[in-house]
Design a protein around this ligand. Sequence first.
Ligand SMILES: *Cc1c(COP(=O)(O)O)cnc(C)c1O
Length: 366
Amino acid sequence: MKWKEQLLNLTPYQPGKSIEEVKKQYGLNEIIKLASNENPFGCSPNATAAINQPSSFFSLYPDGYATNLRNAVAEDLKVAPEQIIFGNGSDETIMMLSRALLGPGTNTVMPAPTFPQYKHNAIIEGAEVREIPLVDAQHDLQAMLAAIDEKTAIVWLCSPNNPTGTYIPDQDLRLFINQVPEDVLVVLDEAYCEYVTVNDFHNSVELVKDFPNVIALRTFSKIYGLASLRIGYGIGQPELIRAMEPVREPFNANRFAQVVAIQALNDKEFIETCRQANQEGLTQYYQFCDEEGLKYFPSQGNFILIDFNVDGNEVFQYLLERGYIVRSGKVLGFPTGVRVTVGSREQNEGLIKMMKQFIRERASLS
Ligand SMILES: *Cc1c(COP(=O)(O)O)cnc(C)c1O
């Protein structure tokens, strides 16, 4: 068959091992998964309460325009409803943008390492990928600017960046966008923006007001705790959103997500609690790293990349066999690190104890 040539060398997304699989394989009773930056506290109780619905709720197509959720998000952000586009998770919004703008003869500029779906989708669309290495875990904005030419269709920014947790200060971000040609789309993926605590973080609503070529991507998968429902959204000027609409599937935002996300959005107390708990959790990891002399990047997300100075897979495997699923840095572009999602205080304590044990055991071996 005539598959696109670029698919032949492209590996599909490798999901981590499931909790059930790990239990069985290592004979464990309890597994703590801190691998995918999900919310360890689940989601708002109001959100789960919203799911009890009559059968017609299941049998009818959802509202293709997601009117109620759209209005709720618009009100929350103080933007017009026409400034929002929903995706079946941010993953789909990334796919829609790639489909709409990339193809053979175009190129796209992105940092590396970053969220892998930008590159993955660009390859599928046949665009040239220009990866600009992070410098000290920061976007190299000058080099990214230099990589833009008349064939560039999209520049991707991720702030806070996954997997480093680092962010782009507002001033640098604005200076950068100012210099990007107006016909190049700047995608600002801010999947973790609700966790940010620094004062010089950008305000994406202001940003899209000032720059018609910017779209900010958000998700309900992370702090809102709704990863399984697959719902995310883009914020941009109405013209930009309108131009994107034809690539959106008619019913891409499912009915469950539309109903539940409104409840999640409105429970600000839950979000604030999670943000604070995350800060405390990060402090636990900073302390651990400082005590052990491990390098790490201070994080604005709900995860931390820790450099163990040994093969990341070794750390990953050691923790896995003891009931903790984390993410090896090997697959994330940091071969001697692991990325850990910040869990509850108890989960963090347990994992830190295990990581200390790893360090002791390994020291006694060498
Ligand atoms: C998790 C994540 C996403 C994907 O979110 P979904 O809405 O679940 O598809 C997008 N971007 C970044 C940077 C992420 O970490």
